[in-house]
Ligand binder design. Sequence first.
Ligand code: NAI
Ligand code: A1CAB
Length: 272
Amino acid sequence: MIFSKERPFLLVGAGRMGGAMLSGWMAEGVDPSAIVVSDPSPPEEVRAVITGHGIRLAPEPPAGLEPAVVMVAVKPQLMNKVLPMLAPVVKPDTLVVSVAAGTPVTTFEAAFGPVPVARAMPNTPSMVGRGITGVYPNAAVTADQKDTVGSLLSAVGEVVWLETEDEIDLVTGVSGSGPAYVFWMAECLAAAGETAGLSPETAKRLAIATVCGAGELMHRSKEDPSVLRQNVTSPNGTTAAALEVLMAEDGLKPLLETAVAAAVRRAKELRG
Ligand SMILES: NC(=O)C1=CN([C@@H]2O[C@H](COP(=O)(O)OP(=O)(O)OC[C@H]3O[C@@H](n4cnc5c(N)ncnc54)[C@H](O)[C@@H]3O)[C@@H](O)[C@H]2O)C=CC1
Ligand SMILES: O=C(O)[C@@H]1CCC=N1
């Protein structure tokens, strides 16, 4: 890692995403004394992680800090306010990592000069070591810095290096926002079970266990998801009956395509 107590890792914004990664890093044994968090009001559960590990917390980037890495994890709409506050601590060799949807590399270069910038798009399963992050580095990112970003992100899940910055918006639509689609599917499955006549508790329990179990099976199996699907589907059986609805021309596939396209479009709008 290129950061240390003297030249720390500064996390700016420890909310749902920043906090999820921080929790993941603590679980993986990253040195808490090499981390500084700047956030005026982190959520209670993230504050507990910060204080529990004795991580330095400040409402603003502490003056005089010379971070080796700054990770920006605030809302894209706050960039105008946060980047000028960060400018004094970003040194020419500070690696700036942004997880913000939309905000392009040029915004960071305009704020800090020709510094190394890596745009990353993680997701909240990073909290349990099962995230996936797409990363696009600008030309100024050194091999050591790339290694550090790769190690940090792979400590909390998988890493996909991207060839072009435009791909970040696509990653956002698929895996950045994707966990919410899966949670919604679990909610809908539970609601459908309730409509069918199960108690709310049982329907929810069945839906959650099914989504988690199918996810874990897909994770551990070497088979393609389509094979795992076929393994559930007896000819002329119950699954086939349900899949006929989900796989219809106006079924889940076009719906998800429309949903992902909406997320990608929103990511582009957030560029401002
Ligand atoms: N939540 C998610 O699943 C994902 C979020 N992202 C990106 O992460 C960024 C943050 O999103 P969330 O964590 O969901 O939002 P959030 O609202 O949960 O967290 C934002 C944090 O920023 C803090 N903050 C506000 N003003 C600040 C300032 N001046 N200096 C430092 N911190 C400040 C807030 O107190 C809060 O803790 C966004 O840009 C989003 O696009 C990226 C991938 C997934
Ligand atoms: O909803 C959002 O804008 C952020 C980016 C990806 C997930 N959450």
